[in-house]
Design a binder for this molecule. Structure first.
Ligand code: NAD
Length: 363
C-alpha cells in the first residue's frame, strides 16, 4: 500500500484523539509507521481513540496547537518524516457559539505547525486537512474546483478558508524554495461518516444516540445535501497525497478535493432512510426550525485528485452506510472481538475493495 512509503517512518498526527485522527492513526500503524500524536484533549466520551485503544501504540502529547512554543519544541524533538495536521475546532454550530476559539485554533493552530516546519532542520512532508467548507458556497449545482473562490459565511467555514491562505502563503514564501526540505499540501473533504464518531451536532452520532436510547431523532434540514463519505475515503486521499508529495515536488503548495462517488451525495433524509435499513426501530421527525443558516448544497469536483494523484473514491453509498451501521452495532452489542480488531478489519476490508477496484494507492 502507498508503495510502503510510511513503513518505519515517524508520523505526527495532530488531532489524533479525534474521529478522523484515530482512524488515520490505526491505518498508519498498520502500514508500519511510528505514530506520534498531538491533541489538546480526547474530545468525546466515548471516543474511537479510547475504544480502539489507539493510545497503545501512540507516543502521545497533550498540548494546545495554538501554543506556538510548545508545538515548535515538540516537532523539533520528534523530527517527523510526515505530519498530518487535523487538530481543529470542527463543528459549525460550536463556531457560532465561540468564534474566537474557532478562529484561533483553526487559523493560528495551522500557523503554529507551519512555523514549526519553517524552522525544522529535517526533511518533512506535511498534509494539512481543511474542509470543503473553505469554498465560497454560492449554492450552485456544480462541484467546487480547487481554483474556486475561498469564503465562508459562518466562522468555521471562514476559519478553514483562512487556514488555506496561511498554507498557501507559507508554501509560496518558504517551502517552494529549492533550499527547503519541507513540502506541504492541503486536503479538502466533505462530510465524513464512520464508526467511532460521537461528536455533537453531527447527523450520524445524533442518530446513534437516538437509536441506542430508543428516542426519536429530531432533524432540522431534511433536504440538505452533503457529500457524505466513509472516513477511510478522505484518509486514503491524504495518505496518497503524502506519498506523491515525496515523489513530485511540483505538488508543494497545492490543494486537493477528496469527495465521494456521486451516489453518496444524499440528503439528510435519504441518509436516514438508508441507515434505518440496518437499525430496527430507528425513528426520526422533521421540525422546520433552522437556527443558523447552513448551506443547502455542496459538491466537490475531484478531477484534480484524479489527474495528479490517480485518486478516486472507493465505496458506494450502500457499502458506506453498511460499514457505519456495523461498526456501531458491534460496539453496542459488546461483542468479544476488540474494537481495535474490528476497526482494523474495516480498514482491511476497505483495502481489499480498493484492490478489487484497481485503485492506484494499493500498489
Ligand atoms: N468530520 C468531518 O465531517 C470533517 C469534514 C471536513 C473536514 N474535517 C476536518 O478534519 C479534521 C478532523 O475532524 P474530526 O471530525 O476528526 O474532529 P474531532 O472533533 O473528532 O477531533 C478534533 C481533534 O482536534 C484536537 N484539537 C481541538 N482543538 C485543539 C487545540 N486547540 N490544540 C490541539 N488539538 C486540538 C482534539 O483534541 C481532537 O483530537 C478537522 O480539521 C476538521 O475540520 C472534518
Amino acid at each position: 500500500m502507498f508503495k510502503n512509503i510510511y513503513n518505519d517512518k515517524k508520523v505526527l498526527i495532530t488531532g489524533n484523539t479525534g474521529f478522523k485522527g484515530s482512524w488515520l492513526s490505526l491505518w498508519l500503524h498498520s502500514l508500519g509507521a511510528k505514530v506520534y500524536g498531538l491533541s489538546v484533549n480526547i474530545p468525546t466520551t466515548p471516543s474511537n481513540y479510547e475504544t480502539s485503544e489507539i493510545y497503545n501504540f501512540t507516543s502521545q502529547t497533550f498540548i494546545d496547537i495554538v501554543n506556538n512554543t510548545d508545538v515548535l519544541s515538540l516537532i523539533d524533538g520528534i523530527k517527523p518524516d510526515f505530519i498530518f495536521h487535523l487538530a481543529a475546532q470542527p463543528i459549525v454550530q460550536e463556531s457560532y457559539a465561540d468564534p474566537y476559539n474557532t478562529m484561533n485554533t483553526n487559523i493560528m493552530g495551522t500557523v503554529s505547525v507551519l512555523e514549526a516546519l519553517r524552522i525544522l532542520n529535517h526533511p518533512c512532508i506535511a498534509v494539512f486537512i481543511t474542509s470543503d467548507k473553505c469554498y465560497n458556497n454560492v449554492e450552485w449545482v456544480w462541484g467546487y474546483k480547487e481554483t474556486d473562490a475561498l469564503g465562508g459565511k459562518d466562522p468555521y467555514s471562514a476559519s478553514k478558508g483562512a487556514a488555506e491562505l496561511m498554507i498557501k502563503t507559507y508554501s509560496e514564501s518558504y517551502f517552494k524554495s529549492e533550499k527547503s526540505n519541507v513540502k506541504v499540501a492541503s486536503g479538502r473533504a466533505g462530510n465524513v461518516i464512520g464508526g467511532g464518531d460521537w461528536a455533537a451536532f453531527r447527523i450520524i452520532p445524533d442518530a446513534i444516540r437516538a437509536w441506542y436510547t430508543n428516542k426519536e431523532l429530531i432533524i432540522r434540514s431534511p433536504k440538505a445535501t452533503r457529500p457524505w463519505q466513509h472516513v477511510l475515503e478522505p484518509l486514503s486521499g491524504y495518505l496518497r497525497l503524502g506519498q506523491l508529495l515525496c515523489e513530485n515536488k511540483d505538488l508543494c503548495g497545492e490543494s486537493f478535493n477528496f469527495g465521494p462517488k456521486p451516489d453518496t451525495n444524499l440528503s439528510v433524509e435519504q441518509l436516514l432512510i438508508e441507515m434505518a435499513e440496518h437499525w430496527d426501530s430507528f425513528k426520526w421527525r422533521v421540525v422546520d426550525e433552522v437556527i443558523n443558516k447552513e448551506a443547502g448544497l455542496l459538491k466537490l469536483n475531484c478531477d484534480k485528485a484524479l489527474f495528479y494523484l490517480d485518486w478516486v473514491p472507493n465505496l458506494n453509498a450502500n457499502k458506506t452506510i453498511q460499514m457505519v451501521a456495523e461498526w456501531y452495532k458491534h460496539y453496542y452489542n459488546n461483542s468479544d472481538k476488540s474494537m481495535q480488531d474490528f476497526t482494523s478489519e474495516q480498514i482491511r476490508e476497505y483495502e481489499s475493495f480498493a484492490n478489487k477496484n484497481g485503485l492506484a494507492w494499493v500498489k
